[in-house]
Design a binder for this molecule. Structure first.
Ligand code: ADP
Ligand code: ADP
Ligand code: ZN
Length: 217
């Protein structure tokens, strides 16, 4: 299964992608996670991307596209993948089409998780991210067993600096300008499934599963 999860920051893409990946047995590929890992380990890529991320802007397309192309060429993507947070611009969507064509593959579906802006702000302000493995929690909606520590690896949970309210508002603006047009792009290719993401994590997971069995919009 080759899936793209589309949706504004805080919609639940990472949470659902991780559950779907476990369910479908395919890798979860998050460009945000890859960039944060690069920034934390101080690589050249990390130095390049961190200022864009800090400001709530997008990493340039050429950088992002080459990172994803390399990732999709790895063997574990042979049975499929779940892309979370890529593509985010029309040039990225076209580059993905080309890459898939070279792989002789096609997307099965694009799931668009829709959530009202005020809910997105609450989700980002309560989001806590494991500084070691990247797993995401929410102080209220999805808390860890031990306060401040990751259930999976014991790592310290941090509030992402780009999850401050003013940066979240900037990211929502960027989403509207650069990413929202992808909804039409994928609808016109008969790949789009829109799911109401304003419900519990488990309920949204069930909605995605039924949307994947239904016909595209
Ligand atoms: P969220 O899921 O909250 O939107 P991500 O973890 O996906 O956040 O992304 C964090 C940041 O990483 C983005 O604000 C952006 O700066 C950068 N980023 C992630 N994916 C992309 C992409 N496909 N294109 C450009 N920048 C990206
Ligand atoms: P995205 O990858 O789209 O930015 P995340 O999956 O990181 O979104 O979710 C954003 C925050 O909201 C996290 O703190 C997560 O635990 C929480 N969250 C995700 N889905 C839901 C949901 N359906 N209900 C309540 N909180 C959620
Ligand atoms: Zn962890």
């Amino acid at each position: 299964m080759r899936l793209v999860l589309l949706g504004p920051p805080g919609a639940g893409k990472g949470t659902q992608a991780s559950n779907l990946a476990a369910h479908l047995g395919v890798p979860h590929i998050s460009t945000g996670d890859m960039f944060r890992e690069a920034a934390a380990s101080g690589t050249e890529l990390g130095a390049l991307v961190s200022s864009y991320m800090e400001s709530g802007g997008l990493v340039p397309d050429d950088v992002t596209i080459s990172v994803v192309r390399r990732r999709l060429s790895l063997e574990d993507c042979g049975m499929g993948f779940i892309l979370d947070g890529f593509p985010r611009t029309l040039p990225q969507a076209r580059a993905l089409d080309e890459t898939l064509e070279e792989m002789d593959a096609t997307l099965d579906a694009v799931v668009n998780i829709s959530v009202p802006d005020e809910v997105l702000v609450r989700r980002s302000s309560g989001r806590r991210t494991c500084s070691r493995c990247g797993r995401t929690y929410h102080l209220e909606y999805d808390p860890p067993e031990r306060e401040g520590l990751c259930d999976d690896c014991g790592g310290e949970l941090v509030h992402r600096s780009d999850d401050r309210e003013e940066t979240v508002l900037q990211r929502l603006h960027v989403y509207g300008e650069r990413t929202a047009p992808l909804v039409d792009y994928y609808r016109s290719r008969s790949l789009l499934r829109t799911v109401d993401g304003d419900s519990s994590i488990d309920e949204v997971f069930e909605r995605i599963r039924s949307a994947l069995e239904a016909a595209p919009e």
